[in-house]
Design a protein around this ligand. Structure first.
Ligand code: ZN
Length: 196
């Protein structure tokens, strides 16, 4: 039987890319779309922390120390971790209900697995650039609206309303955690298998 797959959605965390971030990119000279990139260091600046363990900083995923430890314990394949440099905004505060009253360490979740996906959540279009001929794959607007509502209001019970995504089985290399269609899509998506 083929394994089930899960997409990870993260709730929004007030904050932004930190000043310590160092990413090397190669862009198309004409349309300026990123063709290749390599992360040297990530930084994240928190405005407020409510105890989130999983943070999405477009297009990167960041995990807390305790989530990293859990993931490592399970020997999942397809990723590694890189410590990030955390700083805080001037009026930074921690929610009194957060599991810690000091910020833990956070790590960049570097996803190495790759697979190909049927375009169900998005449409494939030509970027219209005659230099890089990159294909782009924007989300369908109804999907985007629904994801926005679910993540903004943390309505986890509504995830079932999203159309099911499908991955081409032959394109999957056996990783527990992987991205889909990374070459074509620069907005990155993440899927995780049931074995998690
Ligand atoms: Zn281009």
């Amino acid at each position: 039987m083929k394994p089930k797959i899960y997409a990870l959605l993260s709730a929004s965390t007030p904050g932004q890319m930190g000043g310590a971030t160092e990413i090397i990119t190669r862009k198309c000279k004409k349309c300026r779309r990123v063709l290749e990139e390599s992360v040297k260091q990530l930084g994240y600046e928190f405005d407020f922390w409510s105890g989130e363990d999983f943070i999405y900083m477009t297009p990167y995923y960041i995990v807390s120390e305790r989530l990293k430890n859990e993931l490592e314990l399970r020997n999942l394949k397809g990723m590694d971790f890189q410590k990030i440099i955390v700083d805080t905004e001037e009026y930074f505060d921690i929610d009194e209900d957060a599991y810690s009253q000091t910020l833990p360490n956070f790590y960049y979740l570097n996803i190495k697995g790759q697979a190909k996906e049927k375009p169900i959540w998005y449409e494939i279009k030509d970027s219209g650039c005659d230099m890089c001929h990159m294909e782009i794959a924007p989300y369908k607007s109804d999907i985007l609206d629904l994801i926005g509502e679910i993540t903004q209001y943390k309505e986890v019970e509504r995830v079932g309303e999203l159309a099911k995504r499908q991955v081409y089985f032959e394109s999957w290399q056996g990783e527990d955690i992987f991205r889909v269609d990374e070459k074509r899509r620069k907005e990155k998506r993440l899927l995780l298998l049931k074995s998690f």
